[in-house]
Design a protein. Structure first.
Length: 146
């Protein structure tokens, strides 16, 4: 017996696939530290604020806490306006991360058959206007935001 199920062939595409690579003004909705023996990380869930046509779409990414990756975590915290006193004491309060806003540059990569989202760069929310003008060409550029 055969059944026809409309839309079945499109079901393998996740919500993240609908979000193109590029620059987005985002807000942190959730932050959770995940312990892993070799690569502990923060799992971050963002909501897109701009561009308007993608407003509300969720983006989930990881920022690793290994010694080699701390520079990127620090970059994210500084540009998103994390509390400087806590950062100066090497402390991260997950509740303080929720609500922070900034610009994130994202790209997608396939690793072992799984599509993953990369957080490639960050900028303060105040720089959204100038960075959004670069957004369409940013997917082909390897230039880091700064």
């Amino acid at each position: 017996m055969r059944r026809r199920i409309q839309g079945l062939h499109d079901a393998d595409q996740s919500v993240a696939d609908h979000v193109r690579d590029g620059l987005f003004l985002v807000r942190v909705d959730r932050a959770q530290h995940r312990w892993h023996a070799r690569k502990p990380f923060y799992l971050l869930r963002f909501s897109i604020l701009e561009p308007k046509e993608l407003s509300g779409q969720p983006i989930t990414g990881r920022l690793y806490c290994t010694p080699r990756a701390l520079w990127k975590l620090n970059w994210f915290l500084r540009d998103f306006g994390y509390d400087a006193d806590l950062l100066g004491r090497d402390e991260i309060d997950e509740k303080s991360l929720v609500g922070l806003r900034g610009v994130a540059k994202i790209s997608h990569v396939v690793v072992d058959g799984a599509s993953l989202l990369n957080l490639d760069g960050f900028a303060p929310a105040s720089q959204w206007e100038e960075s959004s003008n670069l957004a369409p060409s940013s997917t082909s550029s390897t230039e880091v935001m700064r």
